[in-house]
Write a new protein. Structure first.
Length: 313
């Protein structure tokens, strides 16, 4: 494996490890809804990113034009705000398992879209890797999906539509983000993450209005909420997104899509630690399938050039 590809895979693993922490956040903030936690996370992301970017503001923003700011605005909506709104309602209406199964297909969707890029590995060769990814996600979600099947079919249908909305929204973000960074080789992965955070923070203010106005907090610990929101903003958003940007620049899109699998893997590991239990047989098989999917895909990409330019880190 070439040095650039190995570094990109390492960045993808690091991003997944940090993103996986997000799934524990609701357990740490009882009394707050998913929308409220999302608004708090992205507002904190924007505020911290602005503070970090201020000393170098002119140098960072001097490389951007009006089109780049427009791209940041819609990427912030697609990858952060809209995605989390759809995901929150998908979990509420359809249940966590069906929602996680559909959103868990992200690596497959991104890889299929990336297969249309110039110089990409042919989809026929990627089919076994994609099949393993689907099997792995299915093994995780199947037991809980059977329990969720008793709920109202109309709510289930609406929830599934929201889950597909979340899937489409983040897939659009992943592809658009890789292409936007490819056009800006002089902007580092970390600086792009900060700029995306600043824009997302401004957009989170709009999300905060319905999140808190129509769902008032009655029994929540505001201090803990602020700490968790800030912690997620720093680890998952600022640092995690910087790692993801590094992976997007170093890897072809057909391999970048598979890196999303690590978010699912680490979310599983953190849930085992939170519940203080060992994985069940189906969960062990799911983990093996997901690791097999990434390994298979990585072996196919030896010598394949990345989607964009190397970062100016």
């Amino acid at each position: 494996m070439e040095r650039s590809t190995a570094t990109g895979v390492a960045c993808g693993i690091a991003a997944g490890a940090l993103w996986g922490m997000v799934f524990i956040a609701p357990e740490l903030t009882p009394g707050f809804t998913a929308l409220q936690l999302s608004a708090g996370r992205y507002f904190a992301y924007g505020l911290i990113a602005l503070l970090l970017a201020m000393p170098r503001w002119r140098r960072i923003t001097g490389k951007l034009d009006r089109g780049d700011w427009i791209a940041l605005a819609w990427l912030g909506l697609a990858g952060n705000i809209i995605y989390y709104v759809f995901l929150a309602y998908a979990v509420r209406l359809a249940g966590a398992a069906p929602a996680s199964f559909i959103v868990g297909l992200l690596p497959v969707v991104i890889t299929i879209v990336g297969s249309r890029e110039q110089g990409a590995v042919r989809l026929r060769l990627l089919a076994p890797s994609l099949a393993l990814a689907v099997i792995g996600v299915g093994l995780i979600a199947a037991p809980a999906m059977q329990r969720d099947a008793m709920s109202d079919w109309r709510l289930q249908a609406m929830g599934l539509l929201c889950a597909f909305g979340a899937l489409a929204s983040w897939a659009v973000f992943a592809v658009g983000n890789a292409r936007a960074m490819a056009r800006l080789p002089l902007v580092s992965s970390n600086d792009w993450s900060l700029l995306l955070g600043i824009v997302s923070g401004a957009e989170a203010l709009l999300l905060a209005i319905p999140a808190f106005a129509f769902q008032p907090v009655q029994h929540g610990d505001w201090t803990r909420f602020a700490m968790v929101s800030s912690g997620i903003a720093i680890t998952a958003s600022i640092i995690g997104n910087a790692f993801w940007n590094g992976a997007s620049r170093r890897l072809p899109m057909t391999l970048t899509g598979q890196m999303v699998i690590f978010e699912t893997l680490f979310a599983l590991i953190y849930s085992f630690l939170w519940d203080w239990r060992l994985p069940r047989l189906t969960e062990i098989l799911a983990i093996a399938a997901l690791i097999g999917a990434v390994t298979w895909c990585a072996r196919l990409h030896r010598g394949v050039p990345p989607a964009g330019h190397m970062p100016a880190d």
